[in-house]
Design a protein around this ligand. Structure first.
Ligand SMILES: Cc1ncc(COP(=O)(O)O)c(C=O)c1O
Length: 396
């Protein structure tokens, strides 16, 4: 029977791939966590482990008010909408959260999605016309790359070398005849932990009349005095970024969900035309409530951001004192380059034995030969946690 043969062929192929990853030491382990996400979590079969690899930058994932808001969300609206937004999936709490996001980022409007991945899959195919050109940093996040793959094939796509402003300018000159040019960048690059050169990019976009899109998933809550993100870090509040995309699954409570914040026309286009808006469920009310509360907590206590900045400084300095080569950066992402993927996974396992969770990243998350450990710092880490982590790194 054909289906049985296909089934056997697939199972054999999958088993061979998994076996080869196991043999080469590249198989990623999955740990079962049995407590809320916080600096120290319970792991099944292991006990307490210090987490240095979550995106819980502000420690809001188990903040009492953020959790309580989620519970209120389920009381007010139940488990979910069972619908996409334009059918019967738009709740008042979605609109409230979107108004809060727009105000937080200083845009006219905003629209939420179940993830930033979805937001990026919505933005590019919807806003970019076949006659347009789009210029993208080579290290942009996978969701930007995949979102761009969904654009009309006729769109002119150019990839510039990482943060290379000379090449970006060349490409802006080259694409002068296109009706709209788009420049897209991560605000904070997720695997490098460096910051996009936003002031230069803004200046170039002004000079060559191009639109600037920033995915600030790792910048919001982290950069700037009040955690607005990369633009605040550079003192660029106002209308310097045309379109933001971002996640609610990291600093802003860590639940899930993403958003686009932009002009009212851009948001209306997304509501009317974007496939994730038309064919995918709305954000659950629990997340809308808890993310909204996370923004309130952040607005009411910018001291959390100051704590995060102090922890980042302390961690980076501590690593440097122990001989680790980490490039200076204000972000909470600190990559420690290892090179070989199996070696990165081995080092991560060693840290885990010492009760510290730092994941080793290899292909396809980063290019082959550029495997690394990635430390992510949280405002919730105490001095004792940081010392414990630095001791473990010293023992590596
Ligand atoms: C820059 C960037 N964009 C988008 C995403 C995806 O976010 P989400 O988990 O909300 O889909 C991530 C997640 O790692 C990211 O780092």
């Amino acid at each position: 029977m054909a289906s049985l043969v296909s089934n056997q062929a697939f199972e054999a192929r999958a088993a061979e791939i998994i076996d080869s990853l196991t043999q080469s030491g590249q198989l990623k382990p999955f740990y079962n966590i049995t407590s809320p996400m916080r600096p120290v979590v319970e792991i099944e079969g292991k006990g307490q482990v210090l987490v240095l690899c979550s995106n819980n930058y502000l420690g809001l994932a188990d903040h009492p008010e953020v959790m309580e808001a989620g519970i209120q969300g389920i009381r007010d609206y139940g488990a979910g909408t069972a619908s996409v937004r334009f059918i019967c999936g738009t709740l008042k709490c979605h609109r409230d959260l979107e108004a809060k996001i727009a105000k937080f980022l200083g845009t006219e409007s905003a629209l939420t999605y179940v993830s930033c991945w979805n937001a990026n899959e919505a933005v590019f195919p919807t806003l970019v016309d076949p006659a347009d050109a789009i210029l993208s940093d080579e290290l942009n996040h996978a969701s930007i790359i995949d979102g761009m793959r969904l654009m009309n094939k006729a769109v002119t796509k150019k990839i510039y070398r990482h943060s290379n402003m000379e090449q970006l300018e060349e490409l802006l000159k080259e694409t002068a005849s296109h009706p709209v040019r788009w420049v897209i960048t991560d605000g904070v690059f997720s695997m490098e932990g460096d910051v996009a050169k936003l002031p230069e990019m803004h200046q170039l976009c002004q000079q060559y009349n191009a639109m600037l899109i920033v995915d600030d998933s790792h910048g919001v809550g982290v950069l700037g005095k009040t955690g607005r993100g990369t633009h605040e870090h550079f003192g660029m509040e106002g209308s310097s970024v045309d379109v933001f995309t971002g996640t609610l699954g990291k600093a802003l409570g860590g639940g899930a969900g993403g958003y686009v914040a932009a002009s009212q026309n851009a948001i209306s286009m997304l509501e009317q035309r974007a496939r994730p808006s038309l064919f995918s469920n709305a954000l659950p009310a629990t997340v809308a409530y808890s993310a909204g509360k996370a923004i309130d907590v952040l607005d009411n206590d910018p001291g959390i951001v100051a704590r995060l900045h102090a922890n980042v400084k302390r961690f980076r300095e501590g690593l440097a004192e122990r001989g680790f080569d980490c490039t200076p950066s204000p972000t909470a992402i600190i990559p420690i380059m290892i090179g070989d993927e199996a070696e990165a996974i081995k080092k991560s396992a060693k840290l885990f034995e010492m009760g510290v969770m730092v994941i080793g990243f290899g292909f396809p998350v980063v290019p082959r030969g550029e495997a690394r450990l990635r430390v992510q710092v949280s405002a919730a880490l105490t001095d004792a946690h940081i010392e414990q982590a630095l001791d473990a790194f010293a023992k590596l």
